[in-house]
Design a protein around this ligand. Structure first.
Ligand SMILES: Nc1ncnc2c1ncn2[C@@H]1O[C@H](COP(=O)(O)OP(=O)(O)OP(=O)(O)O)[C@@H](O)[C@H]1O
Length: 298
């Protein structure tokens, strides 16, 4: 891979606040055209990391390249190539949805068509509504519209579907899939593991300011190799076993029952199971480090 295959390259990112190391040496590569999900508990350092990438915060240490430029020294032309959807929505004055999207479009050299964007986020019937009269979920859709109107090469989405109803989330996922198909690189921060699983090509888990694992949703934490659980019921009650060969177990159960197996279920660890496992291990390691420091061992 060459430098130009990367939308984001980060080596050794450190960001300190007066009383806290928020990011303690993070490496991160995001390939052009991929959807990358950043996961981690509250306070892990996700927002700080993305704000450095967006050029809103200065790193204390590290090499950072976003679309080939250090965001700390970026100009207006670079800014027009990225799109940002923040956690908190902007409070806009008296414009309607349609006016606002058009107004934002005028800031960019190569914007998308405002009507198409409004339709893509499902706000067609709210075009003449003022933002403060939108519901929370509709407001987020407007935020997404404003984030993508400039036709960005790289889109930052910070917890985009918080407050969405299930149908709105599905529609939003379709919107993201369409952006990805159109070639937009996306960095997504989310607390919804199903969202990461559905949308992301790769996932990075950050805990306590450190990137503890990066992988595809299918293979993170050795997920693909983990044993499956097969469960069923019979006259003695529920049963469960763990196996590397669930298909063979199901075939054996079918033979034993002569067909339908009561309450049959085959389950592999979900991304959420794996994530909680990784986070649990990370906090146990951090606690052991603190104990060692207190005991003078480190
Ligand atoms: N402006 C600031 N001044 C001091 N400390 C800060 C500041 N911003 C964030 N922090 C601290 O840095 C750490 C990382 O915060 P950050 O917002 O990056 O976490 P996060 O992973 O985005 O969390 P969340 O999931 O809750 O949004 C936290 O301990 C937080 O309290």
């Amino acid at each position: 891979m060459t430098e130009t295959d990367f939308a984001v390259r980060v080596r050794g990112l450190v960001k300190r606040y007066p009383d806290k190391v928020a990011v303690g040496g993070v490496d991160l590569d995001i390939h052009r055209g991929e959807v990358f999900a950043l996961l981690g508990p509250n306070g892990a350092g996700k927002t700080t990391t993305t704000e450095v990438l967006e050029g809103y915060r200065q790193a204390d240490e590290g090499e950072i390249s976003v679309l080939g430029t250090d965001p700390a020294h970026a100009d207006r032309a670079w800014r027009s190539r990225i799109g940002i959807v923040l956690q908190t929505s902007r409070d806009e004055a008296e414009s309607t949805v349609s006016e606002l999207v058009r107004h934002y479009a005028s800031y960019y050299p190569n914007p998308r068509d405002p009507d198409e964007v409004i339709a893509a986020v499902g706000l067609e019937d709210k075009r003449k509504t003022r933002p403060r009269k939108l519901s929370g979920g509709q407001r987020r859709r407007l935020d997404v519209a404003l984030g993508v109107i400039g036709n960005p090469e790289l889109l930052f989405l910070d917890e985009p579907t918080t407050g969405f109803d299930p149908e709105a989330r599905r529609q939003f996922w379709t919107l993201i899939e369409n952006l990805r198909t159109g070639g937009t690189t996306i960095l997504l921060t989310t607390h919804y593991l199903d969202e990461a699983e559905h949308l992301a090509d790769r996932v990075g888990v950050i805990a306590d300011g450190r990137m503890i694992e990066v992988g595809t949703p299918e293979t993170l934490g050795g997920r693909g190799a983990r044993t499956a659980r097969v469960s069923w019921s019979d006259a003695d009650g529920p049963h469960e076993l763990r196996t590397d060969q669930p298909t063979a177990e199901v075939a054996a159960l079918m033979a034993r029952f002569g067909g339908e197996v009561p309450e049959l279920e085959v389950r592999r660890p979900s991304l959420e199971d794996i994530y909680l496992d990784l986070i649990g291990k990370a906090s146990a390691t951090a606690a052991a480090d603190v104990e060692a420091i207190e005991a003078g061992a480190l």
